[in-house]
Design a protein around this ligand. Structure first.
Ligand SMILES: Nc1ncnc2c1ncn2[C@@H]1O[C@H](COP(=O)(O)OP(=O)(O)OP(=O)(O)O)[C@@H](O)[C@H]1O
Length: 233
């Protein structure tokens, strides 16, 4: 099953008396277990599209079907629950909770979904090791570098074993060396954890790692290119 299916999706923002179209007539299928990049210039609609896929916002037109679930059929509480259980998010500003340690930040989504303590400990230990931060479990975000914070965020995104991880400009606040390391880690985690990753980015480094690229301009999809890595799975 394709993790993301969009039919005729449109979104407008109201500014005073005028409607600004942010996305128009979006038809898109994102294939499973791939690294898909939403690429386009600033203001083209990447973040808006990612927010609709992630159920953070709702479309004005069309249907958004994630992991087989039509999001329009969920009320706000059910949508929050769906997000917590079935999706992982990585943000450009990391969005870690500053008062929690790295361990607790990764544990947090597991608390929300009611996982038992031994299961939480096992999962958090495994993920912190996988992102190379086993020795930083007790550190708070302000004791970590930007790259380390993003590693914690990646571990947190995978905590509930989502099939779909959404990342909004995940390298935007990192220098290019750290950004490359974070991308390589995401690539590895995508393969190891058999998740589909969807990024918004205008960073050429991100595009270079993509399996599939969706090009957006002025709120419409101009081109979808698949299999950028040649014989990718
Ligand atoms: N909350 C909002 N209110 C009004 N207009 C908005 C809002 N959010 C986005 N827009 C407009 O919608 C369009 C798409 O914005 P969006 O943020 O999705 O683009 P983007 O491709 O992610 O840009 P960037 O790369 O700069 O983040 C732009 O014209 C933007 O000005």
């Amino acid at each position: 099953m394709n993790p993301v299916v969009l039919h005729g999706v449109g979104k407008r923002y109201r500014l005073g008396q005028v409607d600004i179209p942010a996305l128009t007539g979006i038809d898109l299928e994102i294939h499973p277990n791939r690294f898909t990049v939403l690429s386009g210039p600033s203001g083209s609609g990447k973040t808006t599209l990612l927010n609709l896929i992630g159920g953070i916002d709702r479309p004005d037109d069309g249907r958004v079907v994630i992991d087989g679930q039509d999001l329009a059929q969920l009320d706000d509480d059910a949508l929050s629950d769906f997000r917590a259980r079935r999706l992982g998010f990585v943000f450009q500003n990391f969005n870690l909770l500053p008062v929690l340690t790295a361990f607790e930040n990764v544990e947090y989504p597991l608390l929300l979904t009611g996982a038992a303590k031994p299961e939480r400990r096992r999962r958090v230990d495994e993920l912190l090791s996988a992102v190379g931060l086993a020795d930083k479990a007790a550190s708070r975000p302000n004791q970590l570098s930007g790259g380390q914070r993003q590693r914690v965020a990646i571990a947190r995104a995978l905590a509930t074993s989502p099939r779909l991880v959404l990342a909004d400009e995940p390298t935007a606040n990192l220098d290019s060396h750290t950004g490359a390391a974070i991308l390589a880690l995401m690539r590895q985690m995508q393969r190891d954890y058999q998740a589909s990753f969807v990024f918004s980015s205008h960073d050429p480094q991100v595009l270079a790692q993509a399996d599939d690229a969706v090009h957006i301009r002025d709120g419409v999809i101009t081109r979808v290119v698949r299999n950028l890595q040649g014989a990718a799975a």
